[in-house]
Design a binder for this molecule. Structure first.
Ligand SMILES: [Fe+2]
Length: 273
């Protein structure tokens, strides 16, 4: 049975008001906490914009746009408590921030005004947003929203990390580097995954170079054409690559990503003809 979603812009407005008052409660700590809380708050705002931009291009209707925006608004709600409690964004060193977010939304009854099916849909999509890959089974429209949220989230994380890698002041933020060591070289497993056009297994990353390569590998997990076009036009992959050591392996990885994007975009064009 098709899920009928009716969500007005007023709902989005109310949730935005709740979100900013919730985030405010974390802004009274030390400088590092405040800095990372603001980082995730700003990230959330931009993911909302990204999801609306992709949604517009794939022609979602107004209710779908509102639902997509709600998912983007709430997808990282677990990040604030995670950082305040554990002082890290590293899920494996603390807890899964998507599940934590779901628990917070349930704890405060934030989605209680929604129909049960819509509420479950929002929570499932939030739960999928940080998984290594798409869920193997999720009926529509859940899969569509999962794909949208994952693309929008990645587009903005690329912005955050490329700004960070190219920042002028040279100050490091351990939270953005998952506290990984800045040692030379890259892992064989990471190279192998990327050269085979696959996403990197997070369990194989050993240093900051591997982590940057993992971020490059997200391109193989992008779902929509407008998102791929943004990756290319904003030069995210190039900006990450510029901060990696020059080597044949890195060049090889870059060539594979470019061929992959060309193939996907050309394939999509052919389909449209
Ligand atoms: Fe997240």
């Amino acid at each position: 049975m098709e899920l009928k979603i009716i969500i007005g812009p007023k709902r989005v407005k109310n949730l935005k008001a709740w979100f900013s008052s919730y985030v405010k409660t974390f802004k009274f700590g030390d400088k590092e906490l405040r800095q990372n809380v603001i980082l995730k708050e700003e990230h959330t705002k931009r993911v909302c914009n990204e999801i609306l931009r992709i949604g517009e291009q794939i022609e979602l209707n107004q209710d779908e746009m509102c639902l997509a925006e709600i998912m983007a608004l709430l997808h990282d709600v677990g990040r604030f408590e995670q950082y305040a409690h554990y002082r890290t964004f590293h899920d494996r060193k603390s807890e899964d921030h998507a599940i934590l977010g779901i628990n917070i939304l349930n704890r405060y009854g934030i989605l209680n005004g929604f129909e049960e099916a819509t509420k479950d849909l929002i929570l499932r999509v939030i739960g999928y947003h940080n998984r290594a890959t798409l869920p193997s089974s999720e009926p529509e429209p859940g899969m569509l929203f999962t794909k949208l949220l994952r693309d929008a989230d990645k587009l903005d994380i690329w912005k955050v990390v490329t700004d960070y890698y190219h920042r002028g002041n040279g100050q490091r933020n351990g939270a953005l580097e998952l506290d990984l060591p800045n040692t030379p070289g890259i892992s064989t497993e990471v190279y192998r995954d990327l050269i085979n056009q696959g996403v990197v297994d997070v369990n194989t990353i050993r240093n900051l170079n591997d982590f940057k390569l993992l971020q490059i590998g997200w391109v193989f997990d992008i779902n929509f054409e407008p998102s791929l076009r943004s990756v290319r036009s904003r030069r995210y992959l190039e900006m990450i690559l510029e901060t990696l050591p020059e080597s044949d392996e890195i060049h090889g990885i870059y060539n594979v990503t470019q061929k992959y994007i060309d193939h996907r975009l050309n394939g999509m064009r052919e389909k449209q003809l």
